[in-house]
Design a protein around this ligand. Structure first.
Ligand code: MSP
Length: 542
């Protein structure tokens, strides 16, 4: 059954340029959004930028610009980058836009009225880089330096508005209890649960920052704390009559571990508080917060001074050398989903590219096209009387298994495993499943040796069956891989007479996964077009 599906990325600070971390989260969200569109779901995918940070004021001042001028310039860099990288977001957040600012003030006015927001005073250790207070015990543990960037913490005292987070300890614990997969991975969930037990009220307004920010309702001296302003983006941008159903369907927030506390504790508590206010009974908590880990680079933390920073220029180089889909595939299959950091290393990238993309998928597709050209004049052959083996038997050899399945059942199993993986946001495992399917096709070709059989004209019907099975399995593999490597899969579709998939996805924004993965849809007689290698094998320049 088609669902409504809403997915978001963090909104990124515009003080700096986009880098691989931002590109990663947004690409993974794009893969998930595309997967749901492929299923036929009604998808809304939101990404964008967070503009009201104090560090944006500093970055602008260094360049002799106003914060708004700098934010305008850099928001465009983020948006252009995401467009260039094939990201299919449905809207692009800019928190300096009126449509956001007006709603945030409305929400806070309601919370002031309900009493969950009140005025008070705060003193504590402040991490300016992260724009957040650190608890006294954490400050001490880290030697009064930022746990994130190591810069000294500052002692700060402010008159602020506060959100009564302490009143939501028990409701949050109960919510976590009733929604076991609310925070993923599980290890992250436990960290947050422990911290919720000691949650204290949080300041949600600021003085200073040169007035850069959303004016606090009813108090011209204060602006809304950038983190509260930012979290609300997930709601403000869909709080319109035509989009509200996306919020109500339960948002999936994809983030990294650095910003989990805000998302997993403060945000659901704010939403619980809002729901109690007049006119907001439609506000529900998100469905899931998935916090991935970090990319490091060439074995070390990414840093500009070490020269291992994967910035926009580096990203462009990878795309120019290997293709955008190769970058997407590497991010999707070797990235830090889960609780361990991943290493972005050039040698690893090349190995994955050559092994999975050039030698497995690209090579297998060329082999099938070439043999079809040679033995059947380039048209998809008719399945003749049976071939002696099944693709599922080849899988037994690939996987060292003892059971074997007929071809169609085998492919159905791969599809089911892939769907299960993507539903659980386990993209790398999903891709691994498709890679196995393609490897099994390769082994099947080795085992059945159509290139030998074809020497005997009496065996051509059998060769036809073998090549049909191969082409059909590759067609299904290309449907499954589309969310990850869309351009190359669309190229496969063009060559096998399935361009209508791409047209449906582009025109209707929805696919028909259940139909497209059914075995036996490739039409015999359809021309199988030859062309350039999908992923030319990469050789080091001499
Ligand atoms: N503006 C806040 C988020 C507000 S969301 C309501 C912010 N911005 S940020 O520009 O610092 O982006 C943080 C996010 O960028 C991380 O949560 C993650 O999604 C991504 N990454 C930044 N560096 C990263 C890595 N080295 N590796 C992987 N992703 C990382 O925090």
């Amino acid at each position: 059954m088609p669902q409504t599906f809403y997915i978001t990325t963090p909104i990124y600070y515009v003080n700096d340029r986009p880098h691989i971390g931002h590109v990663y989260t947004t690409t993974i969200a794009d893969v998930i959004a595309r997967y749901h569109r492929l299923r036929g779901d009604d998808v809304f995918f939101l990404t964008g930028v967070d503009e009201h940070a104090a560090k944006v004021v500093d970055a602008a001042a260094q360049r002799g610009l106003t914060p708004q001028q700098w934010a305008d310039q850099n928001a465009k860099v983020f948006e252009d980058t995401f467009n260039k990288l094939g990201i299919t977001h449905n809207d692009f957040v800019r928190t300096s836009q009126d449509r956001h600012k007006i709603k945030v003030r409305e929400y806070l006015a309601a919370l002031l009225k309900s009493g969950d927001v009140y005025q008070g005073e705060y003193e504590g250790w402040y991490d300016a880089g992260q724009e957040e207070y650190v608890t006294d015990s954490k400050a001490e543990e880290y030697g009064f330096k930022s746990p994130i960037n190591g810069k000294p913490l500052v002692r700060k005292r402010e008159k602020n508005y506060f959100f009564k987070l302490s009143a939501y300890r028990q409701p949050l614990q109960q919510f976590f209890e009733e929604n076991k997969t609310f925070v993923q991975p599980d290890a992250r969930r436990n960290e947050i649960l422990n911290r919720i037990a000691e949650a204290v009220d949080v300041p949600i307004s600021r003085t200073g920052a040169g007035g850069w920010g959303i004016p606090f309702p009813g108090d011209a001296e204060q602006t809304v704390y950038v983190w509260i302003d930012a979290l609300f983006n997930y709601l403000t941008f869909v709080d319109t009559p035509d989009r509200r159903h996306y919020w109500q369907s339960g948002a999936t927030h994809l983030i990294a571990k650095d910003i989990l506390w805000f998302h997993a504790a403060i945000w659901p508590a704010l939403l619980m508080a809002m729901r109690k206010c007049d006119g907001y009974d439609w506000v529900v908590p998100p469905r899931q917060i998935y916090a991935h880990s970090f990319w490091i680079s060439e074995g070390q933390k990414m840093s500009k001074s070490l020269g291992n920073f994967i910035d926009l220029e580096k990203i462009d180089q990878y795309v120019a050398t290997f293709s955008l889909d190769a970058l997407r595939y590497f991010l999707a299959t070797n990235g830090p989903m889960g609780t361990t950091d991943s290493d972005f290393a050039e040698a690893k990238f090349i190995e994955v590219y050559n092994t999975d993309l050039a030698n497995t998928l690209g090579n297998c597709f060329s082999r099938v096209c070439n043999m079809t050209g040679r033995y059947f004049g380039g048209n998809i052959p008719v399945k003749g009387p049976g071939a002696s083996r099944e693709i599922g038997e080849a899988f037994v050899a690939v996987e060292n298994r003892t059971d074997s399945l007929p071809t169609q059942a085998f492919v159905e199993h791969r599809v089911a495993d892939w769907r299960g993986s993507l539903d659980g946001l386990n993209i790398s495992f999903g891709c691994e499943n498709v890679r196995k399917l393609v490897s099994a096709v390769d082994t099947y070709i080795e085992q059945t040796a159509p290139f030998k059989l074809a020497k005997d004209p009496a065996k051509l019907p059998e060769v036809g069956t073998i090549l049909y099975n191969c082409a059909e399995a590759l067609r299904i593999a290309s449907v499954l891989l589309w969310p990850v490597i869309p351009a190359k899969c669309e190229e496969i579709w063009r060559r096998i007479g399935c361009s209508h998939y791409a047209e449906a996805l582009a025109n209707k924004g929805r696919g028909d996964l259940a139909e497209w993965v059914k075995w036996g849809q490739l039409k015999p007689g359809t021309p199988l077009l030859t062309g350039d290698a999908l992923f030319p094998r990469w050789q080091p320049p001499k």
